[in-house]
Design a protein around this ligand. Structure first.
Ligand code: ADP
Length: 681
């Protein structure tokens, strides 16, 4: 492929360019440095190159972290273009499920999260740390951030210097709309309104590109379809308000988009054409698109939040924060004055939007973070220097889950299994199920399922009622072909059928399946398989139950090994009760193949939960009580030992023995069945 090389003039125009020499010097002089400047000033793409030019690469590598995968990929592409080298050699990237570095097998632990990275670096560089004294190569840490967090970062890093790149931004006028008020959170409402406002901007405002903020892939695709339809009906022969309306180039932008399609976003539109990018929140901070003059802000974002009612992380559409809204608006004022059209009213702003966005580490499950820390040798996960300290009870919850999955032992030490689990970029339960299958040699059943559960929903639900009926029909047919009736098997069957077909993309189209999502699932599966293979070469020797059965039984029993934390039992009618101690009343989601068959079920496991007016369980599988009988008590034994002392320090044998005795005593107070009866009440 011909690499387009941007003229060096471009990068010399960026605000950071004038500070090149002083930045290089500042990094030489300091172990820690905070660099701040407006989004788009050139921090991400230029500074690594300046450091490269100053020779820092001779001491090792210049690593750049990015919280989002799309951003990591596009930044690496951009930098490799600017440096005129091919991607994957001098400049590479590594994201979850996609590795593009020359030493791909040599990269450090997967999934080092942004939230703990600074804490780890702080501990590593701290002068009291013995390890740093022996290091031959000095480690330099440059933290680049837009303005808001600068002071917090500097204080966190022991009062390190802050380098400010002065930058000019232009005024942006923001206007409230009237479509969304305090009570509207239905996506259909804001979707229509966003499309309407974007078209109004297109027909009424002077030239300049439009950036629309929505929350996720399917919504963005819907909005783009609606925009296409409407834009086509504009009669371009006639002037609207005394000027000719330009053509409209509509481009979606979301995380799981293929990279070749992403490139188009950054290219200027052809003359006489207005670009309209419909994006998720990645366009707010992680990516900068030149030429944007108008913002259409839906006021919503899709966020992973821990739901304490159901004890799980749930992807939810929530109102953005006020600071987020300001950040979104600011994207219109980079090169000239701009306008931001908010579709919500002032009441929504005041009553529904929080001042700031809570950092992700403080609102999601910490299991992967805690396991990663433990594997990196951080035992005391409570006093660890988190940049944004999560609440202690959430750390406890994570420890509990890790213990339940056998990733850590009673002393809080990583087990053999935990050491393997950390290698997989999957939730611990899913990994455990996968590893269980691997010990029985039937990983081919679980790998595709794990991959399918790691990508966006694969089933297309068209907006048009007739098409929807047809899609439902096709999906029912797929379910029937899958043989045994559960949602996990359907995922496996769709994966296998599509893979085996001569023309997978046509197969998807014919069956109302998202080809893009499935394509990512293929790639994820291959990578999970590779991880498994790599681990197998070292050793996959850890204690796991051995059992036998037909294919369907094996499959479901392996799932149970990971999903026993998500077990529900039917109590009355169509209502199920979870067995995790919360005793949440749940219903099977209408999208499940088991919907309407509830009456015939008894015990089920489920992948996740959707909380609306009711709590729904999704991706459901019927199981036998026998398969989880011995696993379930583990869910309730943790209260017995004191997790917080385990987390804070090494526990003595004596203390451990005391807990063991207490635990044994508790087990004798009643049978498992009695316990569940109690729970259900
Ligand atoms: P910052 O990190 O300060 O937000 P960046 O280094 O990301 O700034 O961006 C600097 C400039 O480079 C922006 O004007 C942006 O438009 C441009 N740019 C960044 N990535 C790309 C890309 N992939 N393609 C084209 N232009 C890009």
């Amino acid at each position: 492929e011909q690499q387009e090389t941007p003229s060096s003039y471009d990068s010399k125009k960026l605000p950071i360019y004038q500070h090149k020499a002083s930045l290089q010097q500042a990094v030489k002089d300091n172990s820690f440095l905070v660099v701040t400047g407006e989004t788009g000033s050139g921090k991400t793409t230029q500074l690594p190159q300046y450091l490269h030019q100053a020779g820092f690469w001779r001491d090792g590598r210049i690593g750049v972290t990015q919280p989002r995968r799309v951003a990591a990929i596009t930044v690496a592409q951009r930098v490799s273009q600017e440096m005129r080298c091919s991607l994957g050699r001098e400049v590479g990237y590594q994201v979850r499920f996609d590795d593009c570095t020359t030493e791909s097998n040599n990269t450090p632990t997967t999934g080092i999260l942004k939230d703990i990275l600074l804490g780890l670096l702080k501990q590593t560089i701290s002068p009291t740390d013995k390890a740093s004294k022996g290091r031959s190569v000095p480690l330099k840490v440059v933290v680049m951030s837009a303005t808001l967090e600068t002071d917090k970062l500097s204080v966190f890093l022991g009062g390190c210097p802050v380098f400010t790149i002065p930058g000019r931004t232009f005024p942006v006028i923001s206007r409230f709309g009237c479509a969304i008020g305090q009570k509207d959170t239905e996506s259909t409402v804001y979707l229509k309104e966003v499309v309407k406002v974007a078209l109004d901007v297109h027909t009424c405002e002077m030239s300049g590109d439009i950036l629309v903020f929505l929350t996720g892939q399917s919504e963005i695709e819907k909005a783009c379809d609606m925009l296409y339809e409407k834009a086509e009906s504009i009669d371009y022969r006639y002037d609207v308000q005394d000027r000719t309306v330009e053509g409209l180039l509509i481009l979606p932008l979301y995380g799981s988009m293929p990279t070749d399609q992403q490139k188009q976003i950054f290219q200027p539109p052809p003359p006489g054409i207005r670009k309209c990018v419909v994006a998720t929140n990645i366009a707010a901070t992680s990516l900068t698109i030149d030429g944007i003059k108008y913002i259409v802000d839906s006021g919503f974002v899709k966020q992973l939040n821990h739901n304490s009612r159901v004890g799980m992380d749930i992807l939810e559409v929530v109102p953005i924060s006020k600071s987020e809204a300001q950040q979104r608006a600011g994207r219109a004022g980079r090169t000239s004055a701009g306008k931001c059209f908010r579709i919500y009213n002032q009441e929504f702003w005041e009553k529904c939007m929080p001042d700031y966005t809570v950092p992700e580490i403080q609102r999601t499950s910490l299991t992967s973070v805690i396991l990663t820390l433990k594997c990196l040798g951080v035992h005391d996960v409570i006093r660890f220097p988190y940049l944004d300290r999560p609440e202690e009870r959430f750390i406890m919850e994570a420890l509990k889950q890790l213990y339940q999955c056998d990733a850590i032992d009673r002393r809080g030490k990583v087990t053999l299994l935990g050491g393997l689990m950390v290698e997989f970029p999957l939730p611990p339960g899913l990994t455990r199920a996968l590893l269980q299958a691997a010990t029985l040699g039937c990983e081919d059943l679980l790998l595709p399922v794990a991959a399918m559960l790691s990508v966006e929903n694969i089933f297309i639900r068209p907006g048009h009622p007739a098409k929807q009926k047809e899609a439902d029909e096709k999906h029912r047919m797929l379910a029937a072909q899958a043989g045994s009736c559960n949602d996990f098997t359907i995922l496996l069957s769709v994966f296998e059928k599509c893979k085996a077909s001569d023309d997978p993309s046509a197969w998807c189209k014919a069956h109302y399946i998202h080809w893009r999502a499935l394509k990512s699932a293929f790639s994820v599966e291959a990578q999970l398989r590779e991880i498994l293979l790599r681990l197998r070469q070292v050793s996959l020797d850890f204690p796991m139950e051995k059992f036998d059965g037909n294919k369907s039984e094996l499959f479901r029993r392996c799932l149970c090994a990971g999903y026993f934390t998500n077990v529900a039992r039917r109590s009355v009618g169509k209502v199920f009760t979870t067995m995790d101690g919360h005793g949440t009343m749940v219903h099977i989601h209408p999208s499940s193949t088991l919907f309407d068959q509830e009456g015939q079920l008894d015990w089920v496991i489920f992948h996740d939960v959707l909380a609306t007016s009711r709590v729904y369980i999704r991706t459901v599988c019927p199981i036998r009580y026998d398969w989880v009988k011995d696993l379930l008590p583990k869910l309730h034994e943790v209260d017995v030992y004191d997790l917080s002392s385990v987390a804070r320090q090494e526990v003595t044998d004596e203390e451990m023995a005391k807990w063991e005795t207490k635990e044994a005593a508790k087990r004798q107070t009643g049978s498992t069945e009695d316990y569940f009866k109690k729970l259900e009440k």
